[in-house]
Design a protein around this ligand. Sequence first.
Ligand SMILES: Cc1cc2nc3c(=O)[nH]c(=O)nc-3n(C[C@H](O)[C@H](O)[C@H](O)COP(=O)(O)OP(=O)(O)OC[C@H]3O[C@@H](n4cnc5c(N)ncnc54)[C@H](O)[C@@H]3O)c2cc1C
Length: 454
Amino acid sequence: MNEETDMTALEDAARRLAPLLGDRVLAPDAAAYRETAALAFGTGTPALIARPRDAEEVAAVVRTAAETGAPFAVRGGGHSYAAVSSIEGGLVLDTRLMDAVRIDPGSRRGVAGGGTLAGRFTAAAAEHRLAVGFGDTTTVGITGLALGGGIGFLSRRDGLTLDNVLGATVVLADGNVVRADAGENAELFWALRGGGGNFGVVTELELRLTPTDAVTSGFLIFEPRAETVSALLEAAATAPDELSLMVNVMKAPPVPFLPAERRGTPIVVAVVCHSGRLDEADAVLAPFRAAGSLLADTVHAQPYPALLRAEEPGLHASIRTGFGGGLTLERAQAAIDLVARARSELAVVNMRPMGGAIGRVPAAATAFAHRSSPVMLSVVAVDRADAAGAAEWTGEAAVAAGLGEGPRYVNFIGEAVADAAGDAYPQPTLDRLRRVKRAFDPGNLFRSNINVEP
Ligand SMILES: Cc1cc2nc3c(=O)[nH]c(=O)nc-3n(C[C@H](O)[C@H](O)[C@H](O)COP(=O)(O)OP(=O)(O)OC[C@H]3O[C@@H](n4cnc5c(N)ncnc54)[C@H](O)[C@@H]3O)c2cc1C
């Protein structure tokens, strides 16, 4: 398609959608356009944004995209690192007006609109002392996160977010609305759990909830020593499932619990969350506290929703990711040295121990197959002004951390380059995803994502 045919397609799409959605179709001259188009990392420059409120309206937008041939993307919270949920000069289906949340404490299930953000769902579930783990950020969309994986502060206890998806309502490429769960459209249900936005628009997600009240959580901040990184990962390997954590080698942020002269210098941080009995937390955390020379310990009992933070807008991020066993001593030292040299305000080597409930799911049970990896490893740089500098640093840090050609976590892929899906999925998973794609989206309407080509 060229620019002229795109333009005609978009004019056609605008004409079709206006009578249906009224002021919920936004062109760049609309007052709310800028704010609505913005992504976590970027402005977003679609020609049209359609904001449906239910599955029927979503079906109309999907049919319009298919029939006009307008370049098309689907968005939720807009936190894709690869910025695939917007499309320059195209039509964006924005799911965020579908954010109703119903919690049923009796069956411990929650049903949420496909555009619900993690903070909203977490707060609604917490009113009933229930939770499902998302990531660490309130502003991430629960569907975008769940379709790729969802690793966070409850994952070793309850599994990834996708392991807690019980069913979904999906608008397919032909506009039909279907249910996908273990009994109905089971192959589609398999593909949705790890295969990303390739198969349709999720308008409703049903999630399993687990009793969760106060958790013991906070930061254990250490002097930057390679041995501390190793000791923390070793302790994680034998910790009970109730402990989920991240280990970061990063620059000290400007926080009141660290001396001012430490700011900007490397530290090792364990971000811990013990979601078992409060009176057992100290014993579980003892080997972590003993992992090195502590600079600060902010761990205390707090409500689970307090752990999730909003992402600050207006930043540039660069990320590289993979799986492995964590860092060797030599690599941990290289990471500390690299963090010391980073120019970006936030430069992190992030390790997320897996295992626990994540590791007990058979690799072929969902399209997230990396079940036996002990650690998810990522390097991230975030900058206000210098996107190129951030990318340069993550490139160097990826080499130092040993992030080679191995598989990547689809939600942390930073560029939707050709064959990005080949990096995200082992071959048997990719082959099966392709078969599902051919059955449900043979024309590849849903291609602005980490694309599984039919
Ligand atoms: C600051 C930050 C922190 C993060 N922390 C974590 C973390 O702790 N753990 C973790 O696992 N991940 C984390 N992520 C990654 C996050 O899971 C992915 O970026 C996820 O795709 C974001 O979903 P979204 O809806 O916000 O993004 P969007 O950019 O809106 O969407 C991303 C993809 O999902 C698809 N999609 C979204 N909604 C729908 C829908 N309703 N139907 C069909 N397809 C849909 C889109 O088409 C797109 O391909 C983080 C990302 C950021 C930026």
